[in-house]
Design a protein around this ligand. Structure first.
Ligand code: SF4
Length: 374
């Protein structure tokens, strides 16, 4: 299969792994920012190909994982309103709020529906003029353009029974927050593939220039990731700190200008709260005042903003999305917390680190070997 099988060749993977082992002469911590990378790393068993000197730290790039509980509570309050049809992505239905989830609300009679994109939600608004259709929007710069397009389309169609509850977040401010916190001493970053298709690589330049950390934007196949790790090691060995693109078949330095234009037209930056990180300045997207007619927060000014709610005591999701802990540090992973009974958001989404550890058996590897690789 074009663009798949050639990126999964075992002989090339072994050659890359040998070169990585040759260069990895000292311990390095590499953060893979994107949840899709976390998933791919475990799906393809990459930690078993890497030398023990390379520690992969899982970053904040799973949108479901970083959405705080009270945002789920707010969507639930909206879903309970008569006449509201609340839509969102499938994973968000299962994320626990403080007392319930959207799926449980649906079981209790609320009109909550799963959609694959905000344009599906827009279609529901066309089909149900008697309902107020709200799209509970989460995600990074990858998904925000489609929410922007839905708002623009609603305006063109004069569709007044559609609104977006925006919880979109931006990745570069979060990287800055992680670097500023110095909680985890990182050597370099595997940059996100999907987000970078939209924003390009220029927004990451500060990582190299101001903080002196290399960043390589990577694709999602095993050879993509191994090559990106090798590129990072070469930078470290040569004393360089640059932003490079491994995923050149998809990512351009300037990004997707059409998507960026739609994003800038509909949204503006705002402070946003992240699970485990608190409020990060200018890291969220809110709908501009000129599109208030399609902004759920403006449409429902009495909509309560629930209090910030901490995760359950046993759940380490907050530390995991900051890279401060790994899923095997959680006492209840694989026992009380499983994909069928998720206690925290990191177990809900396939991009969540806990779900990846559970699904691909890293949990058992970790328990068998107290000082695991990866
Ligand atoms: S295993 Fe479950 S409870 Fe533990 S950190 Fe992950 S999501 Fe939270």
């Amino acid at each position: 299969m074009k663009y798949v099988s050639e990126f999964r060749r075992g002989d090339v993977a072994r050659a890359l792994a040998a070169e990585i082992a040759r260069l990895a002469t000292r311990p390095v911590k590499l953060m893979e920012v994107c949840g899709g990378h976390t998933h791919a790393i475990f799906k393809f068993g990459l930690p078993s190909l890497l030398p023990p000197t390379i520690d992969l730290i899982h970053g904040p790039g799973c949108p479901v994982c970083v959405t705080p509980r009270d945002k789920v509570d707010q969507a639930i309050l909206l879903a309970r309103r008569p006449g509201v049809l609340l839509t969102t992505y499938g994973d968000m239905l299962r994320v626990p709020g403080s007392r319930s989830s959207l799926l449980q609300e649906k079981a209790r009679g609320a009109d909550v529906r799963m959609v694959y994109s905000p344009l599906d939600a827009l279609r529901l608004a066309e089909q149900h003029p008697d309902k107020q259709v709200v799209f509970f929007a989460i995600g990074f710069e990858t998904t925000a353009p489609s929410a922007a397009m839905a708002v623009l389309k609603a305006q063109t169609q004069h569709l007044r029974n559609f609104a977006v509850l925006s919880n979109h977040v931006l990745l570069p401010p979060m990287l800055k927050a992680i670097l500023d916190s110095r909680e985890v001493k990182l050597d370099a970053f595997i940059g996100p593939g999907h987000v970078s298709t939209i924003i390009g690589t220029r927004p990451y330049e500060f990582v190299a220039r101001r903080y002196g950390k290399p960043l390589v934007v990577a694709g999602f196949e095993p050879l993509d990731l191994l090559q990106a790790i090798l590129m990072l090691l070469r930078q470290l060995q040569e004393g360089r700190a640059e932003v490079e693109i491994q995923y050149t078949r998809v990512v351009k330095p300037e990004g997707n200008l059409l998507a960026l234009r739609a994003l800038g037209e509909v949204f503006e930056p705002c402070h946003a709260r992240w699970r485990g990180m608190g409020t990060v300045p200018a890291s969220g997207l809110k709908i501009r005042a000129r599109y208030a007619a399609w902004d759920a927060e403006a449409r429902y000014p009495d909509l309560e903003v629930p209090r910030e709610v901490a995760d359950p005591k046993a759940c380490e999701c907050g530390d995991i999305v900051r890279g401060a802990k790994k899923p095997w540090d959680c006492r209840i992973i694989g026992t009380a917390c499983t994909p069928q009974t998720p206690v925290g958001a990191c177990m809900v989404s396939p991009e969540g680190a806990c779900a990846a550890y559970y699904k691909y058996g890293r949990l058992h590897v970790a328990r068998a070997a107290p000082t695991p690789v990866g």
